[in-house]
Ligand binder design. Structure first.
Ligand SMILES: [Mn+2]
Length: 346
């Protein structure tokens, strides 16, 4: 069995995860693939080989009929499914959204897909199903009634939650992943605050099943701070899952290696996660860049994992009493200097 990356003294579930889509063929909106597409199930052993303990997949990558094969391959490679997610964005039928589509028949199809994805999540043995807001949004003013769209999200998640609860009790939890834009100009559930507000509007009997899957780069695309976004999820008791990566400013979604662009912020984030005793799985959403060759496709997973491990260990060494002291002395700049020292090894 290949070696797996683990985090020292991590509370709860240890081992790291990544998406099967992270090992894609390198296409972008301006050009086709630069590498041969690897069949999705063949990517499972590659994730294990790259030190991952968990994989993640969309329903268009591992459809229900492939799930039993995925279970076998994962087991043979010592890999578990961290989360499964219905793709309300890939199929052209959802070009204007699933749950928020103006067409009632398409909303119904979206709901059916979501229910099927709940069943597949159970088959794959994952405990979390993620919803990413992909096409839930608008490009043109008044193309949708925003108030109705929000109510449709509430209604849709209530129904999916009810379905899961009746069939599986509290076995499956849902983590909603916010993103402000791309592929739509404006996306509903743009940030952590909007997701928490939506959860607050769900039926009380399904509300405990719903939480957040914040992604560090998505916060940055929105111009927000991901440390605070994640602290807010923790304060609400809703940090059900996490996607770590990096982003070089407010531009298209880059899914860069974790720890690459803002290591000091990442160090602070890990201090927050350690102090909160975050016990869920830590996953990357990083994309093998178009310029990397096939033989090096997993480099991004190794770079992300090593950066995470280094920063995690530096975060363990951060003196919490010193943080308290700097706060008491109102010395925020000195605190910044202290953290930089922890980061650079002084
Ligand atoms: Mn993600």
């Amino acid at each position: 069995m290949s070696q797996r990356y683990t985090l020292k003294n991590k509370v709860g579930i240890n081992g790291l995860g990544a998406g099967v889509w992270n090992l894609g063929p390198g296409g972008d909106p301006f050009g086709g693939p630069t590498r041969e597409a690897i069949p999705v199930l063949d990517r499972l052993p590659m994730l294990a080989e790259a030190g991952m303990s968990f994989y993640e997949a969309h329903d268009h990558e591992i459809p229900a009929e492939d799930a039993p094969r995925a279970v076998k391959i994962a087991k043979a490679n010592g890999l578990k499914c961290a989360m499964y997610t219905p793709s309300f964005f890939a199929d052209p039928i959802f070009k204007d959204g699933g749950m928020t589509n103006n067409d009632a028949a398409i909303r119904k199809t979206a709901l059916e897909n979501a229910k099927r994805a709940v069943d597949t999540t159970v088959v794959l043995g994952a405990k979390t199903m993620v919803f990413w807001n992909g096409r839930e949004g608008f490009d043109f003013m008044l193309a949708k009634n925003g108030r109705d769209a929000f109510k449709r999200l509430v209604e849709g998640f209530n129904k999916v939650g009810q379905y899961a609860k009746e069939k599986y009790g509290s076995k499956i939890r849902f983590a909603l992943e916010p993103k402000p834009n791309e592929p739509r100009a404006n996306m509903y559930l743009a940030n952590v605050g909007e997701v928490l507000y939506l959860i607050s509007r769900l039926d009380e009997n399904v509300q405990p099943l719903f939480g957040v899957n914040p992604e560090t780069a998505h916060s940055r695309i929105a111009g927000l701070d991901y440390v605070w976004d994640i602290e807010l999820c923790l304060e609400a008791g809703k940090l059900f899952h996490i996607h770590l990566n990096a982003q070089d400013g407010q531009r298209y979604d880059q899914d860069l290696p974790f720890g690459y662009t803002e290591p000091l912020k990442d160090l602070a984030l890990l201090v927050v996660l350690q102090d909160a005793k975050y016990k869920e799985i830590i996953c990357f959403d990083v994309k093998a860049p178009r310029t990397d060759e096939q033989k090096n496709i997993a480099d991004i997973l190794h770079v992300s994992s090593k950066n995470l491990i280094w920063l995690w260990e530096r975060a363990l060494a951060v003196d919490r009493k010193k943080i308290e002291q700097f706060r008491a002395e109102k010395r925020a700049t000195a605190l910044a200097g202290y953290l930089a020292g922890c980061l650079y090894g002084k």
